[in-house]
Design a protein. Structure first.
Length: 251
């Protein structure tokens, strides 16, 4: 998503809002602060969750939350992402103040998870495709105590009842449909879903999300609804990001 144009959370915030798809041309054009490009969230299909614990995940519930600076150091490098021309890191990501209200059963929890509203700190990393196309995004967040586990549970519960994210954000109107997808097993729990919306030119925009809890951290990896193949390798990026966290994140 693109913030303000495709949705709020995904960068379509384009989320297709909220989290769903951002286009390369839109990236960095708008945001919640002059130093942070907007994130978008665009919901579109159904979500399925997997809660298989991973011994490699930092999981100390008593650990202190990480700072934005430490989170940025845990993100991937250009060479880690197949076919990416370059990566950029944006952050720390500010919270919406006042909070954006999203009506509907479970929808507020879905939106809040997509924008890491309850996190102690969060950062965003964008991946640029050939021709400077905005191909994908990682949103990494750190929570105090059992906050990450609570957010994961609220997100998965919300995805079972929320069908559309609708609301008004500082970046624009949020209007995204949510679709659940069978989830792979990542970290201490993972959920996969699509966020879809209709672009200004009438085209259907779909952003694919894999949202993972790793101890006190959460990772949301999504593509930006890029129209041309090859698509952003969400699964490969999740694998690489979780491996980096297992090796370098404090426990």
């Amino acid at each position: 998503m693109r913030w303000g144009q495709r949705g709020v959370v995904g960068a379509a915030v384009g989320v297709v809002a909220v989290v769903a798809g951002c286009s390369a041309q839109e990236a960095g054009d708008t945001g919640r602060s002059k130093d942070t490009a907007p994130a978008s969230a665009t919901p579109s299909s159904t979500a399925a969750a997997s809660a298989t614990p991973s011994s490699a995940a930092p999981s100390s519930a008593g650990a202190r939350p990480l700072t934005a600076g430490k989170l940025k150091s845990l993100l991937l490098r250009d060479a880690d992402v197949p076919r990416a021309e370059s990566t950029s890191v944006q952050g720390p990501v500010p919270r919406y103040d006042p909070p954006v209200r999203v009506p509907g059963p479970g929808c507020q929890d879905v939106f809040d998870a997509l924008v890491a509203h309850h996190a102690s700190a969060s950062v965003i990393q964008d991946f640029w495709w050939r021709g400077r196309t905005w191909g994908g995004r990682t949103w990494l967040a750190s929570y105090a105590g059992a906050g990450a586990a609570e957010r994961f549970q609220r997100l998965t519960d919300g995805l079972t009842t929320c069908r559309t994210l609708v609301g008004q954000t500082p970046e624009g109107r949020l209007n995204s449909r949510i679709s659940l997808v069978k989830a792979a097993e990542f970290g201490d729990g993972a959920v996969t879903f699509d966020l879809s919306s209709t672009g200004r030119d009438g085209t259907r925009l779909v952003d694919h999300h894999t949202w993972v809890r790793v101890g006190t951290l959460t990772v949301d990896v999504s593509d930006r609804g890029a129209p041309d193949a090859p698509r952003f390798p969400v699964g490969a990026v999740v694998d690489k990001q979780l491996d980096r966290l297992a090796r370098e994140a404090p426990r």
